[in-house]
Design a protein around this ligand. Structure first.
Ligand code: NAD
Length: 289
């Protein structure tokens, strides 16, 4: 059994997988690989899958499997699995980090103070306390955000037509747009959610809303968001994901009122360890049939 690790995982993972066979990170060995481990960089599309005739299992370390042609893999009897539970806490902490950093002008405060400036009066911030947070989607990550936002005594509402989470007040999408001070996206990228944040949905939002996106870049029309940030309709955006990554040439790079991180949501050491453990469990289950 040959296992190809095609993207970065924890450095302990190769040793943890030795019991199952040969482990390599040499991508030229794809034609002989039985199991392929990817994160988001490797994109197993039709052509990629055709060049790996022995492939039986693809594991995506993380949540979204939109980088994999799942239907084509299935048609070739290749099983596709992911590790959806592992990353929720890491992403939820990043959401709270964005919200706090934005409210307290953290980046500007650091940059100016480091630069020898003392602009305390210009850095008056705002609190999370009693602000309304609208969660679009109330799945795994949103629930972890919910728990943490509650500690800050925020009013939290959510809209998810497909699942119910009794802890959180449920509203329809228009109400969420109209009443939220913060809107945080936690849905997968589907035909229904693609560019759900665009000039029409932004027009329904409160003036001065803050938008956080740690889910998928293509949920937002970046040109429309950039316009709304320039006009002040949207006060600030905290973004971890982009239409294309890295966001070279994105209109969002031209506006000041954004806090941008390079798809860091799942990038904690603890999460890498959890993903590694789940990968081992999936392979064990697979080889034991
Ligand atoms: P999840 O499947 O647990 O939750 C998604 C929720 O979205 C579900 O409850 C579903 O019912 C809901 N939903 C689907 N369509 C909807 C719609 N049209 N309107 C409202 N709700 C809708 O997924 P999750 O683990 O919470 O992940 C959420 C997102 O975060 C995904 O896009 C995932 O790819 C992304 N993610 C990003 C990072 C990162 O590094 N930034 C890491 C992990 C996950």
């Amino acid at each position: 059994m040959k296992i190809l690790i095609s993207d970065p995982f924890s450095k302990e993972l190769p040793d943890m997988l030795k019991e199952f066979g040969e482990v390599t990170d040499d991508k030229s060995q794809l034609p002989d690989a039985d199991i392929l481990l990817v994160r988001s960089a490797t994109k197993p599309n039709k052509e990629y899958i055709d060049s790996a005739p022995n492939l039986k299992l693809i594991i995506r370390g993380g949540v979204g499997i939109d980088n994999i042609d799942v239907e084509y893999a299935k048609s070739k009897n290749i099983v596709v699995r992911n590790t959806p539970e592992a990353s929720s806490v890491a992403v939820a902490e990043l959401v709270i980090t964005h919200m706090l950093a934005i409210q307290h002008n953290l980046i500007r405060a650091h940059n100016t103070t480091k630069n020898g400036e003392w602009i305390k009066k210009q850095l008056k911030g705002n609190e999370l306390y009693r602000k309304t947070l609208g969660l679009i989607g109330i799945g795994r990550i949103a629930r972890e955000v919910f728990k943490r936002a509650k500690v800050f005594e925020m009013n939290i509402i959510a809209c998810d037509p497909y699942v119910c989470y009794d802890e959180c007040k449920e509203v329809n999408m228009d109400e969420l747009y109209e009443t939220s001070d913060f809107i945080s996206l936690h849905v997968p990228l589907t035909d229904e959610t693609r560019e759900m944040i665009n000039k029409d949905s932004i027009a329904k939002m409160k003036d001065g809303v803050i938008i956080i996106n740690t889910a998928r870049g293509k949920l937002i029309n970046e040109a429309d968001l950039a316009e709304a940030l320039k006009s002040g309709k949207v006060k600030y955006a905290g973004l971890d994901v982009y239409e294309s990554e890295p966001p070279v040439g994105s209109p969002l790079l031209e506006v000041d009122n954004v806090l941008l991180t390079p798809h860091l949501g799942a990038q904690t050491h603890e999460n890498m360890d959890r993903i590694g453990e789940q990968v081992v469990d999936i392979i064990r289950e697979f080889v034991q049939g």
